[in-house]
Design a protein around this ligand. Sequence first.
Ligand SMILES: Nc1ncnc2c1ncn2[C@@H]1O[C@H](COP(=O)(O)OP(=O)(O)O)[C@@H](O)[C@H]1O
Ligand SMILES: [Mg+2]
Length: 258
Amino acid sequence: MHDAAALREVLPRAVPRRAISNVGHHTLSVRNLSFAIDGHKILKNISFDLPGDELTVLMGPNGAGKSVLLRLLHGLIAPSNGTILWNGEPIDRSIRKIQAMVFQKPVLLRRSVLSNLRFVMGLRGLAKSRSELQPILKRLHLEALADRPARLLSGGEQQRLALARALALKPKILFLDEPCANLDPASVQLIEDTIKQEKVQGTKIILVTHDILQARRLAEQLVFLHRGEVAEITPADIFFDAPTSKEARAYLDGRILI
Ligand SMILES: Nc1ncnc2c1ncn2[C@@H]1O[C@H](COP(=O)(O)OP(=O)(O)O)[C@@H](O)[C@H]1O
Ligand SMILES: [Mg+2]
């Protein structure tokens, strides 16, 4: 992908201000959110509140609309209808600056590991020297790879770089779209530990995963999406033992609902 195209992927657009609702502090909310493309309804009138102090895991079968929902929340695509709110305020350019996202397929620039970090930070006015970036490289075990071309890293290394780049922006809201898919156990552990630290530091995390054990380890709130609709939103400790929707029960049992 060309650098400019890659950049569009990592830099959300601001959306126009719309109605203000009365949601509490540090809550990511959507109201009547819909997304359609070519007349095909991908997300259908979704509303929910995701508390800032709970790690939200978003689950659902392939094609349910999880990635589209994250892209909408991150402002990469505009909804057909509805509103996205942070602390009751429509998300605008200032709030977009406190968000970051790790994509299902890492979007990396044709540059070194280090300049991938610096480039995105520079765009947010957070220019950093090499030594200032050492801690974040170290945190994701990337120090030895700092000068390697990012596109030549292994899948797991690319995922770690994508997470490092997101964290370098010091986000207050972090979207993670299957960040551990296809990773070895040590990389999964490193990423999960990093996610937990980030959560302890007060970052609102929304994680998409198909890994039920990972979801059990990390989730506090579970949102289950099915065919573009929210089938249920449940505290995680209840969800895995007693999901309320037949869609989630089938998913957890490994069945497909016809
Ligand atoms: N840009 C697009 N154009 C047309 N259809 C799309 C587009 N993006 C996603 N879709 C469709 O929307 C549905 C949800 O996709 P996605 O959010 O990627 O699912 P998942 O839950 O697996 O992440 C799928 O049926 C997918 O084919
Ligand atoms: Mg997806």
